[in-house]
Write a protein of this length. Structure first.
Length: 97
């Protein structure tokens, strides 16, 4: 008996939003997710007290997600065989909503 198939988390940056990696690890276990890659980190003008993940735009084979917490924002690229609604519900379950 092997491990059930799950996606992979690519860690190619040294800095991430605090708590983001734990959420992305939960997301990789969801069915249909193949690859999750955190991208560029930056600053936002507004303040977001809790971690939020919002689907931004479709990319080839998946979606770009914007992760926000405090005044920090980070791009996350998800390659998945899911519709936008399915990905939104997977994100909500990973965030505990």
């Amino acid at each position: 008996m092997g491990k059930p198939p799950s996606g992979r988390l690519v860690l190619n940056h040294s800095t991430h939003i605090p708590g983001l990696i734990a959420v992305l690890e939960k997301l990789t276990v969801c069915k249909g997710i193949r690859t999750v890659t955190p991208g560029v980190i930056g600053r936002a003008k507004g303040h977001c007290p809790q971690m939020k993940l919002k689907i931004s735009v479709p990319i080839r084979g998946g979606y770009k997600i914007i992760a926000r917490q405090g005044k920090t924002v980070q791009e996350v690229f998800v390659i998945a065989e899911l519709t936008r609604k399915e990905l939104e519900s997977a994100i909500a379950s990973c965030l505990g909503k």
